[in-house]
Design a protein around this ligand. Structure first.
Ligand SMILES: *Cc1c(COP(=O)(O)O)cnc(C)c1O
Length: 395
């Protein structure tokens, strides 16, 4: 099997597992208990916090553990909304192609009286700091722009956006779930006020994440109860998962430059191979993209059928076609970059793991070529395109 869906989730690394096991069976005390056994769990918790902080160039006090990226996103937006509302600022700027953890929270805030500006994303899957600067108003409470897109992998000019927001005195949050462990992150140099990450996207376990919030930002609770996480996130800390996440992040960051170099080479080999398929196109900028992400649209192809036939060949991949979720709408990300509906349905995302081999890249290329040819040969749409009865959308 070739697992090429690492943007959806990743395998827990050996280092993460090794860090988790003792917390499950040996240091299993409650970090809030006062006896020494509980306090050793507390020490492990604070050690994980310090190590994660170091990876982000943050202070440990700025790190809050959550149940994952979705919760961190929700808490960041709720925090900014509450702070803004106190000052009568009820305008939030974001982009049209954020993760649903952001977009659906913004929908909820809109119902509560916030005004939301979603910036248009260019056809290359990027926005500019200029767009952000132009959208900021005196009543803007927050700018939230994702670091890297989970579908098309494009990487936004985060430091430039951070500089604009800092200069204008507006809070800046970034959903860095796809970036953490995969791209260098420095919250100070990039002038990021809040940042979300998730353990399972970089070989940590599922169900654990981090909200970084710059010193002085008073977090809004989503969950009330005990005094954990400085009173800002109640519930007994998931120490095994947190320790695993810290180990996974440290390991990823330590090997970042080698894995980046290797993956970019393999990604570009895959892109070159798939570009040979006629009437196909790469989604998202070829340079400003995650080293692991390849996303294509193929004309006259249904994403669902593509995935099923690739599954038969032992390939785990993903598509922007949303039929699985019971909706006929294709991916909001592909629509945001201007792909027409019929083309957006025929998309394929391959997100590579660090251990992928060149042979596997070649197998991916050959398999996708086979499957696309097979499906097109059966497709009435493909026939009418070829007979000139309707024009091709993709060159
Ligand atoms: C996966 C993902 C999330 C959600 O993270 P969970 O830990 O699964 O809740 C949020 N944003 C982006 C960009 C993601 O890729």
């Amino acid at each position: 099997m070739i697992y090429a869906d690492n943007a959806a989730t990743t395998k827990v690394s050996e280092a993460a597992l090794a860090a988790m096991l003792p917390c499950l069976t040996q240091v299993y005390g409650n970090p809030s208990s006062l006896y020494a056994f509980g306090q050793s769990a507390k020490e492990q918790l604070e050690d994980a916090r310090a190590r994660i902080a170091r990876c982000l160039h943050a202070d440990p006090k700025e790190i809050t553990f959550t149940s994952g990226g979705s919760e961190a996103d929700n808490q960041a937006l709720r925090t900014a909304a509450a702070l803004g509302a106190k000052k009568g600022k009820k305008h939030i700027i974001s982009t049209a192609f954020e993760h649903h953890a952001i977009l659906h929270t913004l929908d909820a805030l809109k119902k509560e009286g916030f005004e939301i500006t979603l910036l248009d994303v260019h056809e290359n899957g990027l926005i500019t700091a200029q767009q952000v600067a132009e959208a900021i108003r005196p009543d803007t409470a927050l700018v939230t722009v994702m670091f890297a897109n989970n579908e098309i992998g494009t990487v936004q000019p985060i430091a430039e956006i951070g500089a604009v927001c800092r200069e204008k005195g507006v809070l800046f949050h970034t959903d860095a779930v796809q970036a953490a462990g995969h791209l260098p992150i420095d919250v100070q140099a990039m002038q990021i006020d809040m940042l979300s990450l998730s353990g399972h996207k970089f070989h940590g376990p599922k169900g654990t994440g981090v909200l970084y919030a710059r010193k002085g930002i008073r977090l809004e609770n989503l969950i009330y109860g005990g005094a954990q996480e400085r009173n800002k996130r109640a519930g007994t800390e998931n120490l095994p998962a947190i320790a695993g996440m810290a180990a996974a992040l440290e390991e990823s960051v330590a090997h970042l430059s080698e894995t980046t170099e290797k993956l970019i080479r393999q990604r570009d080999r895959l892109i070159r191979g798939l570009s040979e398929i006629p009437h196909s196109t790469l989604n998202g900028d070829a340079v400003h993209r995650l080293p692991s992400n390849v996303n294509f649209c193929f004309e006259a192809i249904e994403g669902e059928s593509l995935l099923l036939l690739l599954d038969d060949k032992g390939i785990c991949a993903s598509s922007g076609s949303a039929c699985t979720s019971g909706s006929l709408d294709p991916s909001h990300v592909l629509l945001a970059i201007g792909r027409p509906h019929e083309v957006a349905h025929g998309s394929l995302r391959l997100s590579l793991g660090e251990d992928i081999t060149d042979d596997e890249i070649d197998y991916l290329i050959a398999s996708v070529k086979d499957v696309v040819t097979y499906l097109r040969n059966m497709s009435p749409v493909w026939r009418s395109l070829n007979e000139g009865k309707q024009p091709f959308v993709l060159p």
